[in-house]
Design a protein around this ligand. Structure first.
Ligand code: NAI
Ligand code: MG
Length: 368
């Protein structure tokens, strides 16, 4: 097994939650036959700026490029509010996304049984929920040119952003969504607005063609993105995989995320194109949340989003499905036993620290 993991803990609670993943990796290396990860660690964000004056060093970029998967904690914080724009903490993450060519962003929305009651929605709506949003990450209106604000003769200003997609950009994200659907409940919903956007017309056309030509056994439905947002709140379990562009994906994945509860629970994966020779994709796994400077150093950080992100790495970068399922089951079991970090604690919960939560997950892994 190709087995190189590159860890970039980052800033704030990043190192604290990454420590729990390191404990889990060490336990797996020692106890699971299928697993022997080689770990290297670098710096990103403010901590890289403090050490090298850059948001990520060239040496660490090189390590990220040659790793089988990158595990990323979080970056940023008030300490670096005034550093020059080009080397601000976020620049490290943007550089990684760009150089690794991470065009597909995977955001699961999964409701752990023990947390169904704590959801902001009715229990019957979210119990058993397991959907995956596949968002195009490197194209669309966030990057399209022209992108500018110009002065008009009458003293007004005019702002332009350009929503821009090519056939091949839509094709590759569509294939990622269909391939993933085949490993799940085998349904794809494509969200766009072909009724008012040309990019939506092309999006719908390309997704339809790829579905018909390459995935005829996977049902495909088209949904207008605004309706999709409504349906996610009304009846989210109707969906399995939702594929959408960068802008709609940004919004729909945040809507879907909040169906299931806290930021501290949400993992994500970002994948690149398969390598021509090895077929392997570059990949980065990170929690959805940021560096939470308000709780850094207090032991209150929930490590579950980071641990579940590692679970996604097992599944998507290493094909270790059984081990990925073990991680998910261990998280679920810990929650069933009532253990909670402060962010997800309800009345009467057994509130534990970051490292106690990590230890409890390992204890559940042992018991599986
Ligand atoms: P945040 O996600 O860091 O925190 C929002 C709230 O959620 C805070 O009250 C925090 O304590 C809580 N929270 C977040 N993760 C948690 C966890 N694992 N366990 C328990 N509670 C958790 O977002 P915020 O406050 O807007 O940004 C803080 C810093 O993080 C900023 O510098 C921001 O730029 C950066 N950031 C970095 C991201 C990344 O590295 N990918 C993403 C989002 C923000
Ligand atoms: Mg967002």
């Amino acid at each position: 097994m190709s087995n190189k993991l590159f860890l970039l803990p980052g800033d704030g609670i990043g190192p604290e939650i990454m420590d729990e993943v390191k404990k889990i990796i060490e336990w797996m290396n020692a106890n699971l036959d299928a697993i022997s990860f080689e770990i290297d660690e670098g710096k990103v964000g403010g901590s890289a700026y403090d050490a090298h004056g850059a948001a990520i060093s060239e040496e660490d970029m090189e390590k990220a490029m040659t790793a089988d998967a990158v595990l990323f904690g979080a970056v940023g914080g008030p300490k670096w509010a005034d550093v020059p724009y080009e080397v601000r903490p976020e620049a490290g993450l943007l550089r990684l996304r760009k150089d690794l060519g991470l065009f597909a962003n995977l955001r699961p929305a999964l409701c752990y049984p023990a947390l169904a009651d704590a959801s902001s929605l009715k229990k019957e709506l979210v119990e058993g929920l397991d959907i995956l949003i596949v968002r195009e990450l490197t194209g669309g209106v966030y990057f399209g040119e022209p992108k500018e604000i110009t002065d008009l003769p009458d003293g007004q200003k005019r702002a332009v952003d350009t929503q821009l997609y090519t056939t091949s950009e839509i094709e590759r994200i569509t294939r990622v969504a269909f391939d993933l659907a085949k490993t799940r409940s085998n349904r794809v919903s494509s969200a766009e607005k072909h009724n008012v956007m040309k990019s939506g017309v092309l999006w719908k056309e390309v997704v339809t063609r790829i579905g018909a030509e390459e995935y005829k056994n996977t049902p495909l439905e088209h949904v207008l993105a605004d309706n999709c947002a409504m349906q996610l709140v009304r009846n989210p379990k109707q969906y399995d995989v939702i594929v959408c562009d960068n802008l709609f994906g940004d919004i729909l994945s945040d809507v879907a995320a909040m169906l299931t509860g806290s930021l501290g629970m949400l993992p994500s994966a970002s994948l690149g194109a398969p390598d021509a020779a090895s077929g392997k994709r570059k990949a980065l796994y990170e929690p959805v949340h940021g560096s939470a400077p308000d709780i850094a150093g207090t032991g209150a950080a929930n490590p579950i989003a980071m641990v579940a992100s590692f679970g996604m790495a097992l599944r998507y970068s290493f094909g270790l499905i059984k081990e990925a399922e073990m991680v998910d089951a261990a998280i679920s079991n810990v929650l069933d036993k009532g253990l909670r970090t402060r962010d997800i604690a309800t009345e009467g919960a057994n509130v534990v620290t970051t490292s106690e939560m990590g230890d409890a997950i390992i204890a559940e892994l042992k018991a599986l």
